[in-house]
Design a protein around this ligand. Structure first.
Ligand SMILES: [Zn+2]
Ligand SMILES: [Zn+2]
Length: 207
């Protein structure tokens, strides 16, 4: 089967994305939470683009296979109801963001775990949607409407995982739907510090 490699920066965690051509879509998210998260990990320069965007490839969790280093996976959330933001504890590489409810079969793989831009273009296609651009540092180019439609349509399909096995096939949750590691919810102070750093566009690490 056609695959695309997953690898954290230090190489402890390695895996594959199955059938990359069936990814749901690609996006760059400029929301404040994604910016705060990059600062919380202490790697904003590696994660964010010049305008504060985070490049994400949307797949179903069943497409994500971790071959080694699964125990390096940690989970952070910006609030008690926030997205689960999976990253490695070895080198603070953002891996994927998932909903808290595992029945929503969605994983937004962060570009850092997917390799070079060129390899991402080759595996997943170059079309992407810019979302939440109001909180960008600057003015990202507008996304053609058909790309937005493509991405939104793709996310709407996330409920019915297309690659066999459905939502239960996931490296992020146990058989009973609990996350494989307890998410660490940032304290209000940590969240505020990361948010302030994101607004100032400078780094702090609290993860
Ligand atoms: Zn690592
Ligand atoms: Zn975001």
């Amino acid at each position: 089967m056609d695959t695309h490699p997953l690898r954290c920066t230090c190489g402890t965690l390695q895996g594959r994305v199955l059938s990359p051509r069936h990814a749901m879509g690609r996006g760059v998210c400029y929301c404040r939470d994604c910016q705060a998260y990059a600062h919380a990990l202490g790697r904003p320069r590696d994660i964010l683009d010049a305008m504060g965007g985070t490049e994400v490839v949307a797949v179903t969790p069943a497409q994500v296979v971790v071959d080694r280093g699964l125990d390096a996976l940690a989970c952070l959330s910006l609030g008690p109801r926030g997205l689960l933001r999976w990253h490695t504890r070895c080198c603070a590489t953002p891996v994927a963001n998932t909903p808290r409810d595992w029945r929503v079969a969605y994983a937004g793989l962060v570009h850092n775990v997917l390799g070079s831009d060129a390899s991402i273009d080759a595996a997943f296609g170059a079309a992407r949607a810019n979302v939440n651009t109001k909180s960008a540092h600057g003015k990202p180019p507008a996304t053609p409407l058909r790309t937005v439609g493509f991405v939104i349509g793709a996310v709407a399909k996330a409920g019915g995982a297309r690659i066999g096995g459905g939502y239960r096939r996931t490296p992020f949750f146990r058989d009973d739907g609990r996350p494989i590691v307890e998410p660490r919810v940032l304290t209000r102070e940590e969240r505020d510090a990361a948010g302030a750093a994101a607004r100032r566009n400078e780094g702090v690490g609290v993860a």
